[in-house]
Write a protein that binds this ligand. Structure first.
Ligand code: UPG
Length: 474
């Protein structure tokens, strides 16, 4: 029996689209045996492990292989390594286990391909040892992927950290990129994570193909730059398959009958701005109060997902703590009562895809995670871009300057956003001519997204090409 094996990293934003990719492939080729290698991050968050634990019961058509748990050595635990660097330690530790699992799967199946998350690109070497073709799957944008492929060139062009460079980077297919807006783990050259990313980028050209969760009409320039080989000036470029938008159809926490949907039912059409910051984004108590003041002063209705304040100051990540926040003690005194006619604050999590599709939602204040962006585009909801971590500042530049689907949320040097900025931006998005232009643009892209998935749409055609390519590998 023929099989494909996928190896995602244990981060919700990556897992969600990997699972959807599997479902998509299975819909078109139900006889294929699909295997996913599951690993748990050393700094696991309960949302990720909960999601993983539900997968095997809800998706019987996919076989999950749990790789042995990685116990962080005490020296690493006490070190000041950031979570990206720790993740790469885990991935490295997994290498022999992946090798072993692939051998074991190949006893009963003919493996067509190993599909690796972009962060697992260094595992291409394992595929080569076993004579298996490896594909890279990028759950982020084509623009991000262009910068990833181009990283070795940038690395040789500059000898300073992007954080200190203070200039615009010229990346093929990407608008002029302020060096400080490069993905967070790449800002410091001496950061261990930077070296790992660079190694991944060096390994990537050996892949048999690149799969990206995007579509032609959304990112025509970056897709063309990658396909034309401009991002890999020194080696041939593998075929590119843009299959998106791959958007999740199931909520990761089974909250699809959430109270907020009933509240939205009672709001006027396109009147509500939705604030939600991905699977990990959190703020300080001071920042939460500032958002509250801005929303209260604004003229718009709001639906706001609030989590407990930052537990990891360095990254704005809710690592560990997913307990319900005590809203009364976190938000300004009397805020909930004063705003009850125009707003709803929800603790921790909402079924985001459902919310965005609701007719009452007219705007989205987002951290610019790529899944959130695609979900907004598919629902025709314009954004206000408030990046927090990972490649989200990079995405903001692309969303505002290139795609023109978002307004820019301005922050201070330290990343703090003032109440007046929150108030002005949400008013601007929901009430101004500029807001209208962004809304019109996202509506066009919503139609394009739908068209790309139709029978002769670009993503559908790319999927067929990918399936043919997988078949031809055995
Ligand atoms: N989500 C909910 N309800 C919530 C919060 C999130 O359903 O209350 C879902 C959301 O619909 C989406 C996913 O969780 O499907 C979040 O994904 P994404 O928007 O991509 O954010 P992250 O979880 O932060 O994703 C990581 C990176 C991000 C990157 C993405 C894809 O942080 O920067 O673009 O992975 O590689």
């Amino acid at each position: 029996m023929e099989a494909i094996v996928l190896y995602p990293v244990p981060l919700i934003g990556h897992l969600v689209s990997t699972i959807e990719l599997c479902k998509l492939i299975l819909t078109h080729n139900p006889s294929l045996s699909v295997h996913i290698l599951i690993t748990i991050a050393p700094y696991d968050t309960s949302s990720t492990s909960h999601y993983i634990s539900t997968l095997s019961t809800t998706l019987p058509s996919i076989t999950f292989h749990n790789l042995p748990t990685f116990q962080l050595p005490p020296t690493l635990l006490s070190s000041s390594l950031n979570h990206e660097a720790l993740l790469f330690h885990l991935l490295h530790h997994n290498h022999p286990h992946i090798h072993q699992t692939l051998l074991s799967i190949s006893k009963t199946h003919t493996i067509q391909a190993l599909i690796l998350d972009i962060l697992c690109s260094q595992s291409i070497s394992i595929a080569s040892q076993l004579n298996l073709p490896a594909y890279i799957f990028c759950s982020a944008s084509a623009s991000t992927f262009a910068s990833f492929l181009y990283l070795p060139t940038l690395h040789h062009t500059y000898d300073k950290c992007f954080k200190e460079l203070n200039s615009f980077l010229d990346i093929p297919g990407v608008p002029p990129m302020p060096s400080r807006d490069m993905p967070k783990p790449l800002l410091e050259r001496n950061d261990e994570a930077y070296q790992h990313f660079l190694n991944c980028a060096f390994a990537a050209p050996k892949a048999a193909g690149f799969i990206i969760n995007t579509f032609e009409a959304l990112e025509p320039r970056s897709i063309k730059a990658i396909s034309d080989g401009l991002c890999l000036p020194n080696s041939p470029t593998s075929p590119l398959y843009c299959l998106g938008p791959i958007v999740t159809t199931t909520d990761q926490k089974n909250t699809s009958d959430h109270e907020c949907l009933r509240w939205l039912d009672s709001q006027p059409s396109k009147s509500v701005v939705f604030l939600c910051f991905g699977s990990l984004g959190v703020f300080s108590k001071e920042q939460l109060c500032e958002i509250a003041i801005g929303l209260e002063k604004s003229v718009v209705r709001f639906l706001w997902v609030v989590r407990n304040p930052v537990t990891d100051q360095k990254h704005n990540l809710a690592l560990g703590s997913q307990e319900d926040p005590d809203l009364d003690s976190l938000l300004p005194e009397g805020f909930l009562n004063r705003t009850k006619e125009k707003g709803l604050v929800v603790k921790n999590w909402v079924p985001q895809v459902e919310v965005l599709k609701h007719d009452s939602v007219g705007g989205f204040v987002s951290h610019c995670g790529w899944n959130s962006v695609l979900e907004a585009v598919c629902a025709g909801v314009p954004l206000i871009a408030w990046p927090l971590y990972a490649e989200q500042r990079f995405n903001r530049v692309v969303l505002v300057e290139e795609m023109e689907v978002a307004l820019w949320m301005h922050e201070s040097e330290s990343g703090f956003v003032a109440a007046t900025e929150v108030e002005e931006r949400v008013n601007e998005l929901m009430e101004s001519e500029r807001g209208k232009r962004v809304r019109n643009r996202v509506m066009v892209l919503k139609d394009e997204a739908k068209a790309s998935l139709m029978e002769d749409g670009s993503s559908h055609v790319a999927l067929n090409k990918l399936l043919d390519s997988l078949k031809s590998q055995v």
